[in-house]
Design a protein around this ligand. Structure first.
Ligand code: COA
Ligand code: MG
Length: 298
């Protein structure tokens, strides 16, 4: 079944209270962070708290991702080994700038004998990561690399580029779009960056819509108040689901079995639209199933 990744909430690994709160929030996925949101003095404590929380469980059907520190930092390798022992659904590798950052991490994962269901996610957040997005995404098809998802780190990109986020992310859009097509070329999911001003509801919703329009699967979040509006924007609307079912129904008719193009309610519909409709229907079904269960998804 398709995995909805509409709302992906960060929580600092050393914030025990917030960690506990995530278990009652309707986010599709939780990224427990050991990197940017944890001060150097708290890194060891955060690692222990985060991995204990993952082992204890209680996150229901939410996907749990642990963001480790870069491997070359004093904490990176210990984070990775602790993550593998705790068995989150995925490990998020920060500041991925070349394919070797993924293949190198995947080798450590393989050598540890970690279960095959643990995936790697990659943060695309450096200028070199954008330039190399294609070669990084090309790690996807090799199952040994376990790569399944890109996460945009727009705060780091703004810092590195000296650009501004204003004017509908004018400066950021080329990076988002390049990362998105690279990911899609190799079958990966892509999650948009965060919106820092968590009290600005209208601005946040507009940025969700912006990401959805660009083709993002979901958005990374920093605050509980962002979860519901994000889920709403990244779910197919009732109209979209009903239109998808009309297209599927039309192509199911025996008289249309050998046709490549049809007219449905006065609009041209080709078989590529059928593929799109099947995806919308599958995502809607997965969202519906997800909202009805608190069972872990594996
Ligand atoms: N996940 C779960 N719960 C969270 C949360 C999060 N990311 N952020 C805040 N909360 C909880 C708080 O614990 C608080 O709970 P309480 O009222 O029961 O005590 C409640 O939501 C309201 O929080 P609020 O007072 O509005 O915010 P804050 O000042 O405590 O925290 C931030 C604001 C931005 C520091 C905090 O939201 C945060 O740390 N976000 C994640 C940052 C991060 O991980 N960044 C890395 C990637 S960019
Ligand atoms: Mg970052």
């Amino acid at each position: 079944m398709l995995r909805p990744r509409r709302s992906v909430l960060y929580v600092p690994g050393d914030n025990e209270r917030a960690l506990e709160k995530t278990q009652a929030l309707p986010a599709d996925a939780i990224i427990i962070d050991l990197e940017d949101s944890v001060a150097p003095s708290n890194k060891e404590q955060a690692r222990v708290q985060a991995t204990e929380a993952i082992r204890r469980g209680g996150f229901g059907s939410r996907e749990i991702i642990l963001r480790v520190n870069p491997i070359e930092t004093p904490w990176g390798m210990a984070d990775l080994h602790a993550a593998l022992a705790a068995e989150p659904h995925a490990i998020l590798v920060p500041k991925v700038s070349q394919s070797g950052d993924i293949t190198g991490t995947a080798k450590v994962v393989k050598a540890s004998g970690a279960p095959s269901h643990i995936r790697l996610w990659a943060m695309i957040e450096t200028p070199m990561g954008i330039i190399n997005a294609r070669e990084i995404a090309a790690c996807g098809p090799d199952p040994d690399n376990r790569l399944s998802c890109f996460v945009l780190g727009t705060n780091d990109l703004l810092k590195e580029s000296r650009a501004r986020a204003s004017n509908n992310r004018f400066a950021v859009v080329p990076w988002l779009a390049m990362t998105l097509v690279a990911a899609r070329a190799y079958g990966l999911d892509v999650i948009d960056g965060v919106y820092n001003d968590f009290k600005d509801d209208a601005g946040f919703r507009a940025e969700c819509e912006h990401g959805r329009t660009l083709g993002m699967d979901g958005k990374t979040l920093i605050h509980p108040s962002q979860v519901d509006p994000c889920n709403e924007v990244f779910s197919p609307t009732e109209d979209e689901v009903s239109w998808a079912h009309k297209i599927i129904h039309a192509f199911e008719q025996p008289e249309n079995a050998r046709k490549g193009v049809l007219t449905v309610e006065g609009r041209m519909v080709e078989r590529l639209h059928l593929v799109m409709a099947q995806r919308v229907a599958a995502i809607a079904k997965a969202i519906n199933a997800r909202s009805k269960t608190e069972e872990p998804w594996f």
